[in-house]
Design a protein around this ligand. Structure first.
Ligand SMILES: [Zn+2]
Length: 569
């Protein structure tokens, strides 16, 4: 039951070597194949997809291994080999294959219901393709990876012990204020040491990205990325409006909550190191002991939602598809990386045995379920969901799993605390997403800015959305540097507003769950199983919710969360 077997390849060799000399003949044969009817066209799509899946899984493993050990130069080299020797050579062929498909007379005979979304994406890629961007993409890929090396090497000494920054942030939950202040200062100072180096890397990224956009005929990288990310359903203006709605509907709620926190703590002034600690002086929640315990409890938690969901995580465990504990030399962050041929994903995270690691695990676990549910879709591209959909899967799981969190907590009062922290985090997500999104709009529509102007822009935007609801006086330097901790800015530009869109969706899914749990979970799973075979609004509809982020919808959902929070006492 728990074993994973890759499907037997039908077209490409079972033992295909990932070398250009082996790959090029396959690409040429696809390009030259004569297609005489719609059946042959569909077979050609399946064969092309099989090659794409093999390439994707190979790249996935190179990325996974590198992020698990950023200090190993061989693993970095393996990754870079693909990025510099394989990808750039494939790109022009992919474009030719897209053209071949687009010009096929049999395209009209394809079932539009099944292929509409796919064909729309092909047209989009054709419109964006520029030969001169291929080397730029390679350079960007290489430069982006420097962020991981630099941040993965960051550590601090506290009480003569060395901690990764993830581990050190546990001290921000210490009930003694001086302990928190010291840890906070050490973390901020450590980040500040590499500030200039990261600024230089970022300047380079902005310039190259801007050039990519110009080459493709766009005025700026923002407009290019809206097209490249396939944002067919909303515009930059919608993002500005969404940010305004968050500012008016969410920021005041969080200000109020910060005031309650200050009152409980007996402080007149909350400082940045006062925001993560339990305001009643209780010790930090401890939902599990170590990485293995986290995995086992999460399997139990998912099994309680639906037995087959737990079994999926158990299958991953049995096949060594987790690396969860934080350690020196690991890349920052967490991810669920689908393995296209295996049909299961790899989950990577930096657990420091804290409560937020539980939420990261159920989040990534939601992505993992999505990977399993889409594994058998016929084309590899059917499995590539836009992030507004992918994050709906993961963020909904954070909330849907809450009723089963008793597996992590023995004491009922701890479970209640955990739920309250989770709901507060849901609210806190929204202004931070608005900050990062609006900051990116500014960055890429002002491509000629310098590092100090960028810092100034960040300060203004962060302030508009509550600045973390703390008083930063005396730490203006750290305040302006806060954006550097956000990996997305470096590695996956413009991917961020999706979290807020999906967060609203997840609240709506959870609202349905509170009314009818079984039905809501059925709808959620049905939406995930669609992969990206339907337009976004239809996927959201299948999940039982609206694709919407208007001010009135924000207001409605935030007041629902507020009510649920109040119910918890
Ligand atoms: Zn995610």
């Amino acid at each position: 039951m728990l074993s994973l077997t890759k499907k037997t390849r039908q077209f490409i060799p079972q033992d295909l070597k990932m070398e250009w000399s082996a790959l090029e003949p396959i690409l040429i044969s696809l390009l030259n194949r004569e297609i005489k009817n719609v059946e042959e066209l569909e077979q050609w799509l399946l064969d092309k997809s099989e090659l794409e899946a093999a390439l994707e899984e190979d790249f996935a493993w190179r990325y996974i291994k590198m992020t698990c050990d950023t200090k190993n130069p061989d693993l970095l080299e393996d990754f870079q080999y693909f990025a510099t020797e394989i990808e750039p050579k494939i790109a022009p062929y992919s474009n030719e294959l897209n053209k071949k498909l687009n010009e096929s007379p049999f395209i009209a005979d394809l079932d539009q219901n099944k292929y509409f979304v796919y064909l729309r994406a092909i047209e989009n890629s054709l419109a964006l393709f520029r030969e001169e961007n291929i080397p730029l993409f390679t350079e960007l890929q290489i430069t982006q990876q420097k962020y991981q090396g630099i941040t993965g090497a960051m550590s601090v000494e506290i009480n003569d012990q060395t901690y990764t920054l993830e581990q050190a942030s546990n001290f921000l939950k210490d009930s003694k204020r001086s302990v928190r202040e010291e840890a906070w200062n050490k973390i901020q100072n450590r980040r500040y040491v590499d500030k200039d180096q990261l600024n230089i890397i970022f300047d380079e990224l902005v310039q190259k990205r801007h050039q990519v956009a110009l080459n493709a005929g766009f005025e700026n990288y923002r407009d290019y990325m809206f097209k490249a990310l396939g944002r067919f359903d909303y515009s930059p203006q919608d993002c500005y409006d969404f940010a305004n709605a968050i500012e008016t509907e969410v920021v005041p709620v969080l200000k109020e909550m910060a005031q309650e926190r200050a009152d409980l703590m007996g402080l007149t002034d909350l400082r940045p190191w006062d925001m993560d600690v339990n305001p009643e002086g209780k010790a930090a929640l401890k939902p599990f002991q170590n990485g293995d315990d986290l995995i086992d409890k999460s399997i139990a938690c998912f099994s309680k939602i639906r037995p087959d969901l737990g079994e999926k995580l158990a299958t991953m465990k049995a096949n060594n598809l987790f690396d969860v504990e934080s350690r020196m030399g690991k890349a920052p962050g967490g991810y669920n990386y689908p393995l296209a041929e295996t049909g299961a994903p790899f989950i990577f995270m930096n657990s420091a045995n804290a409560f937020r690691d539980l939420t990261t695990m159920v989040h990534e676990g939601g992505h993992a379920i999505h990977t399993f549910l889409t594994a058998d879709l016929p084309l590899n591209d059917f499995k590539h969901c836009p992030s507004e959909v992918a994050e709906l899967a993961s963020m909904s799981m954070e909330l849907l799993s809450m009723d089963q969190w008793d597996v992590y907590f023995d004491k009922p009062e701890d479970l209640i605390r955990a739920k309250k922290e989770q709901l507060a985090d849901v609210l806190k997500t929204l202004p931070w997403v608005a900050v990062i999104d609006q900051f990116q709009h500014w960055i890429y529509t002002n491509p000629d800015h310098d590092a100090s102007e960028r810092e100034e822009a960040f300060k203004q935007i962060f302030t508009r959305f509550g600045a973390g609801f703390a008083n930063w006086e005396g730490y203006e330097n750290f305040f302006g540097n806060g954006w550097q901790k956000q990996l997305h800015l470096f590695e996956v530009p413009f991917y961020y507003i999706e979290y807020a869109i999906a967060q609203l969706g997840a609240i709506a899914v959870w609202k349905n769950y509170t009314e009818n749990p079984d039905k809501a979970i059925d709808q959620y799973l049905a939406a995930l199983a669609l992969g990206y075979t339907k337009p976004m609004d239809q996927i959201y509809e299948t999940a039982g919710i609206k694709f919407d982020f208007s001010a009135s919808y924000v207001k409605e959902l935030i007041s629902f969360v507020k009510t649920e929070l109040d119910k918890l006492g």
